[in-house]
Design a protein around this ligand. Structure first.
Ligand code: HEC
Ligand code: HEC
Length: 243
């Protein structure tokens, strides 16, 4: 876990640095003829702006894989567009649209969102029904502790502090860098490329329910540092009964 946090931070730095050079530097086939803000080719845009964290072809890296069929089934275009344009404050996810301080135009943001959908979403109808992207009902951290024991402890160990198969997920520096929504996304979508299962795969034959997912996220959120924190404040309502 430590490792992946450092990886994330160093990537964030690397990207900031390379972001300044890449416009005049790297000669993509079209950047020879096009100024950077006119590039609308999805592969170029994704490669230059996203691949460093979300992996080549959206396969995941420091951050979640966006080419996941589960992810594409639960996240709608409006959500992908909003996050891409405005970023997620307090995390490593930058704002990309010019009106939020980024380098990309609205058309370029559109090209990225459309590209993610058309390039990576498989056309065959989904034969699974994942829990919804947003929580339908508030999670309960006490029930979440039980859900944690059922679905997660086999790998992440007692109370999330790490086990033989996976590291700590209650590491304070980790939890202070991610939102509740991202934790929810990770629990539902999984990170197959690093061995963390989706909502169906934690316990064989026993997928997590909507409520299990909300509860386990509420439990994780309650493990955040107790100092005032902009990321947890939106979820504070469920933190009452944990001490
Ligand atoms: C089969 C083993 C396994 C199970 C079950 C499992 N995980 Fe994981 N999880 C992993 C592995 C492996 C990683 C990769 C990082 C590591 O080694 O700690 C990971 C990573 C994570 C991460 C960090 C992901 C990131 O990139 O930011 C979170 C959060 C997480 N798991 C939460 C959970 C929760 C909550 C549950 C139960 C609902 C759960 N995991 C069940 C194996 C598992
Ligand atoms: C420096 C690393 C970094 C870069 C570069 C980056 N992301 Fe992210 N991205 C993140 C992190 C970290 C999160 C999780 C934020 C959170 O905690 O909510 C995230 C979250 C997201 C999400 C939301 C996931 C969810 O939970 O629904 C989307 C969509 C996304 N990124 C798309 C993109 C796109 C498209 C690009 C390129 C234009 C990009 N990201 C570039 C790190 C990055």
């Amino acid at each position: 876990m430590r490792h992946s946090i450092l990886f994330l931070l160093s990537l964030a730095l690397a990207i900031e640095v390379s972001g300044c050079n890449s416009a005049p530097g790297k000669p993509g086939p079209e950047s020879k003829v096009l100024p950077p803000d006119k590039i609308l080719n999805f592969d170029s845009l994704y490669q230059q702006n996203c691949a460093g964290c979300h992996g080549a072809q959206g396969s995941g890296g420091a951050a979640i894989g966006l080419n996941s069929q589960v992810y594409l089934a639960i996240a709608d275009d409006a959500t992908i567009r909003r996050v891409t344009a405005e970023g997620v404050p307090g995390t490593a996810m930058p704002a990309f649209v010019q009106s939020s301080g980024g380098m990309l135009t609205d058309q370029q943001i559109n090209a990225i969102v459309t590209g993610i959908r058309t390039r990576w979403s498989k056309s065959n109808p989904t034969d699974f029904a994942p829990p919804s992207y947003a929580a339908l009902t508030p999670g309960d951290p006490k029930r979440g502790a039980e859900a944690y024991a059922t679905y997660c402890s086999s790998c992440h160990g007692n109370e999330g502090r790490g086990g033989s198969r996976a590291g700590s997920i209650v590491d304070q520096s980790y939890l202070s860098l991610v939102t509740d929504q991202y934790l929810r996304t990770i629990v539902i979508v999984g990170r197959p490329e690093i061995g963390h299962p989706d909502w169906r795969g934690d316990v064989a034959g026993k997928p997590m329910s909507q409520q299990d997912v909300s509860d386990v996220v509420a439990w994780l959120s309650a493990q955040r540092p107790k100092i005032p924190n902009q990321l947890s404040s939106s979820a504070n309502s469920s933190e009452g009964g944990t001490k």
